[in-house]
Design a protein around this ligand. Structure first.
Ligand SMILES: C[S@@+](CC[C@H](N)C(=O)[O-])C[C@H]1O[C@@H](n2cnc3c(N)ncnc32)[C@H](O)[C@@H]1O
Length: 219
């Protein structure tokens, strides 16, 4: 799961994770997560997700981080959003009205760029990493987001022996152990979505549970 893996996926257009519409779980549950207009949402490993367009349409500002510059370029080009480029340290930043998208490594991102963030929106980000890296991902995430920010998480669960990730299976017990010390977990939705993912069934999956969880800080 090194950077080259993802650069290749983007270069070869092997981006089956990308949705051509805003994620229905975000559209359904996003309005109920307690954000106010102008609040900032952090989207780690954002790809060129149209969820960012939806978030912006609700009046939120969006800060994203994505290792593929190609993905970010494509996001602005395909949505015809004029943007300008800034350089900050090792990051190339795409800035547009309400968007600050950082091109670079999530693990190099500092807390100061998301100090106003009220919500983290993680769809297909935690599940992009194998188990050991998931620990590092969550450790870094929790070290850079404000303590009062909530996290909207969409994860997948299946029998890991049936398929190699990504996406990787993230059992609910793991989410509890990763976040449970500092966050309350509220399951918003849980559904077997295998019928919508024929390519996963062809790879041998017999079930694919998609779960949307709202994590709110306990203190
Ligand atoms: C499975 S995709 C999900 C993208 C997006 N969240 C979505 O829903 O379409 C995972 C993304 O993480 C990016 N990525 C992987 N490792 C990264 C890292 N260390 N820093 C920043 N982005 C990374 C990949 O390039 C890829 O676009």
């Amino acid at each position: 799961m090194d950077h080259n893996f993802w650069h290749q996926r983007w270069q070869q257009d092997k981006i089956g994770f990308h949705l051509e519409e805003a994620n229905p779980l975000l559209v359904k549950y996003g309005p109920g997560v307690g954000l106010s207009p102008d609040d900032e949402v952090f989207v780690p490993l954002c790809g060129k997700s149209l969820d960012m367009i939806w978030l912006r349409e609700q009046g939120f500002s969006v800060v994203g981080i994505e290792v593929s510059d190609l993905a970010l370029k494509s996001f602005f080009e395909s949505n015809t959003i004029p943007c300008r480029n800034l350089q900050a340290g090792e990051f190339n930043i795409y800035q547009a009205n309400g968007y600050m998208l950082y091109s670079g490594d999530f693990f190099a991102l500092n807390a100061d760029v998301i100090q106003s963030c009220k919500l983290v929106y993680d769809r297909a980000s935690l599940v992009a990493f194998p188990e050991e890296m998931r620990k590092q991902y969550v450790h870094h995430l929790l070290s850079i987001i404000p303590a009062e920010a909530s996290i909207f998480l969409i994860t997948l669960q299946y029998s890991q022996e049936q398929m190699q990730g990504p996406p990787f299976s993230v059992p609910k017990s793991e989410i509890e152990s990763l976040f449970g010390d500092s966050y309350n977990l509220e399951i918003l939705s849980e559904k077997d979505v295998l019928a919508d993912h024929d390519h996963f069934r062809q790879q041998g999956l017999t079930s694919l549970l998609e779960t949307a969880i709202l994590l709110t800080p306990t203190s």
